[in-house]
Design a binder for this molecule. Structure first.
Ligand SMILES: [Mg+2]
Length: 384
């Protein structure tokens, strides 16, 4: 089988709120065509225009090539070889960040092609089915206005009414002051009761201030019994992560801004985190998610796959949670964007007891809804 084209489809809502940490406002969908008529689907969760440029760029020199030029004519079953070649040929502008993100989409699409060619769901290709449904947590934002405890209560209520048994609040107005953080979490705990799991995504709000992160983390965990505190610091601050991990009893997790097995090996080892959150559409696709899952397993910590975009990522993460024993939780973004809910034909509903079924159709198990893509398309698709 040979890859005959790589196409980037960029979509966006008409209005993007620039200061809102909401990844469902745009998307970069990547399709990989083959000479056998099978098309694979992937997504890159980054700036869609940047992803498009990384895929489409002409060759500058040996270590600076657009990714399409690297994979054209190659066998999509050679995922490891393709991953390494894309990494090598983009090394000059790549290594971390958007280049790995664009590689992630092509890698996902190759795995989707393999599953379709073999008529097997992706999870069967990467280990099997430890679980055929995955406990999901509702993932939402703190209100932008940190005094808006009513919105906090309504988001907490919605999570419980939708069937979830856990909810994560992130970004938004969190971190403005200790008083408002307490009021927001008090509203959530009061609404949800003592049994419901509550996660806080600090969204790097404490910057490089490790002492403040430790102090706030301890106080909030003691008062509101948090399931985890996510991304208290930048992913580069490994010494800071290790200090917080030692000083705060709740789980300290992160990694959605870290890349590939190399990055996660250090993040786990030196950062001493209690769980890792690679994003399949950023951190290296299925190929490196598998490696990161193994690193986490060896370190004795869970893999908590990150995802805050479309159902393509939801589907990929369901397969990863099925195939990896140490991946017990699915992030389930509840943003109200049509790009979150209408980009693929399949739906992944939450059961009354808070679980989502693993897809059983071949490959990722998703079908692009091209009407939605055309409605939100921002430019002509770039292809060979
Ligand atoms: Mg996060």
């Amino acid at each position: 089988m040979e890859i005959t084209d790589v196409t980037v489809h960029t979509v966006s809502l008409a209005e993007v709120e620039g200061k809102k940490a909401d990844g469902t406002q745009d998307a970069a969908i990547v399709t990989v065509d083959t000479d056998e008529g099978i098309t694979g689907i992937g997504e890159a969760d980054s700036s869609p225009a940047v992803v498009d440029a990384i895929v489409s760029a002409p060759v500058s020199h040996d270590k600076s090539a657009g990714l399409r030029s690297v994979v054209m004519g190659r066998d999509p079953f050679d995922v490891e070889v393709l991953w390494n070649d894309m990494f090598d040929r983009s090394y000059f502008y790549g290594r971390k960040g958007a280049a790995i993100t664009a590689m992630s989409a092509i890698d996902m699409a190759c795995w989707d092609i393999m599953g379709k060619a073999m008529d097997k769901p992706l999870c069967k290709l990467i280990g099997g089915v430890h679980r055929n449904r995955v406990r999901a947590y509702a993932s939402t934002l703190f209100p932008a206005d940190p005094s808006d405890t009513e919105t906090m209560r309504s988001r907490a209520t919605a999570a419980r009414e939708d069937g979830f048994t856990a909810v994560k609040f992130g970004w938004g107005g969190f971190g403005e002051s200790h008083r408002t953080d307490r009021e927001l979490l008090a509203a959530a705990r009061d609404t949800l009761g003592p049994e419901f799991d509550i996660m806080v995504d600090a969204g790097m709000v404490w910057g490089g201030d490790v002492k403040r992160a430790v102090k706030e983390g301890r106080r909030l965990d003691e008062a509101y019994d948090l399931f985890w505190i996510e991304e208290p610091l930048y992913a580069d601050n490994l010494a800071g992560y290790a200090k917080i991990g030692d000083a705060v009893p709740t789980r300290i997790v992160g990694g959605e801004e870290e890349y590939a097995s190399y990055g996660f090996a250090e993040f786990i080892d030196r950062g001493n985190v209690d769980g890792v959150q690679p994003d399949v559409a950023r951190s290296g696709g299925i190929t490196h998610m598998n490696k990161i899952a193994t690193l986490a397993q060896v370190a004795g910590i869970p893999l908590y796959p990150h995802g805050y975009s479309t159902d393509i990522i939801i589907a990929a993460n369901l397969h990863l949670c099925a195939a990896n024993e140490n991946a017990p939780l699915l992030e389930y973004c509840v943003e109200n964007s049509p790009l979150r809910w209408e980009l693929v034909e399949e739906q992944f509903p939450v059961t009354a007891d808070g679980y989502v079924e693993v897809p059983t159709d071949p490959g990722l198990g998703v079908t692009i809804d091209w009407e939605t893509v055309e409605r939100y398309r921002t430019s002509s698709p770039s292809s060979a």
